[in-house]
Ligand binder design. Structure first.
Ligand SMILES: *Cc1c(COP(=O)(O)O)cnc(C)c1O
Length: 354
């Protein structure tokens, strides 16, 4: 056995000390729920940002099997990753000059957002595309005035879409955006119209022909209407690296922010903020074994965190511990959005679908 020198990358599969348990039934259940809530509209799926951190290919494959026909990513790298699945994919950020060589191949279609993108697409000979129109969010999209002036004439538009700024709130702006969007009906060559994200699906009269949920597919609950129907999909778990007994008055972790009030059994867990479990969970997060809560003690480190396991004396090195990652609760504990909690989940997790 050589001790020095150059080694090839090992071919053996090294199981990671942290994993995401991903509930494929819950994912499909959530899509079916959103599909039903979408009424006569088709229900698509936003799988950008690696399927909100779960893994875009695995998510898209499962939803396609369940009947989902429209997928949304942000850029062409993401679309290329999905190309082998042969799905209908729309690229929300449209086409830059750098994207054109890939875009004209036809494995996805652009959502054109600006007059420059429209001109670029027309100059390249066009082909089927989608178009985003701004109805008040002032993020992406061409304007109603651009459309009235004929900007989109000659385009072969599959779906005209717009995006809601405040669908998770009950505010007048929702109705304003919906009415502006509805006024576009028949003004373009678009075969379908699409407005609602996850939260928008809970609003009445916002579904048009196609909905585009992301967050709620993955267990997020952007509005109370979903709290009884949407199921948790993502369950982070990590192994115990060390168990130790901390004496009364001793401290734990960086900056010694937690002091043991009495002798306390703690476990060091193989997971940290580099994996997406942010420092804002310090002293606030909770792990769980069965229905026993195991509070996070002190600071979350980059690759480690410490939990109180006093209530479970039998825990050993190598045992697996689940983090409480119910998204509404975890968002409240950490002060981060449900979107950030999902999309921040890192590359070190093994992703296990069940
Ligand atoms: C991300 C995104 C969605 C999905 O939004 P959720 O709030 O995650 O349901 C829909 N439409 C557009 C344009 C998006 O960028």
């Amino acid at each position: 056995m050589p001790r020095r020198g150059h080694y090839p990358a090992p071919v053996i599969d090294i199981p990671a000390p942290l994993r995401l348990r991903l509930d494929g039934d819950a994912l499909v259940h959530n899509w079916r729920t959103l599909d039903r809530m979408s009424g006569t509209a088709a229900c698509g799926a936003a799988v950008k940002a690696n399927g909100y951190g779960l893994g875009a290919i695995e998510v898209a494959r499962r939803l396609a099997d369940a009947g989902c026909r429209d997928f949304f990513v942000s850029n062409w790298q993401e679309a290329a990753e999905l190309a082998p699945l042969g799905l209908t994919v729309s690229v929300l950020h449209g086409v830059r000059e750098e994207d054109m060589a890939a875009a004209v191949v036809g494995f996805a279609r652009p959502v054109l957002n600006t007059p420059t993108q429209v001109a670029r697409w027309k100059a390249a000979g066009g082909g089927p595309c989608d178009v985003m129109v701004d109805t008040g969010m002032n993020r992406l999209g061409v304007s109603a005035d651009d459309i009235a002036a004929g900007l989109l004439d000659g385009l072969e538009i599959e779906t005209l879409m717009s995006h809601l700024a405040c669908a998770d709130e009950d505010v007048p702006m929702n109705g304003v955006q919906r009415d502006r969007f509805a006024a576009m009906a028949g003004r373009t060559s678009a075969k379908r119209m699409s407005l609602a994200n996850s939260a928008g699906i809970a609003l009445q009269g916002y579904a048009f022909d196609l909905t585009r949920p992301g967050l709620a597919l993955y267990g997020g609950v952007p509005r109370g209407e979903f709290s009884d129907t949407i199921r948790q999909v993502v369950w982070p778990e990590a192994q115990i690296l060390q168990v130790r007994s901390v004496t009364a008055g001793a401290t734990v972790g960086y900056n010694a922010t937690w002091t043991a009030p009495r002798r306390t059994q703690v476990a060091i867990i193989n997971l940290g903020y580099a994996d997406g479990y942010g420092r804002s969970f310090s002293g606030r997060g909770v792990a769980r074994t069965g229905d026993i809560d195991l509070p996070v003690l002190g600071r979350v480190s980059m690759d480690l965190l410490v939990i109180d396991v006093d209530s479970i004396p039998g825990l050993r090195e190598g045992d697996w511990i689940g983090l409480d990652y119910a998204l509404v609760v975890a968002a409240d504990q950490s002060g981060r959005s449900q979107y950030e909690l999902l999309t921040g989940l890192g590359a070190r997790f093994d992703r296990h679908w069940a």
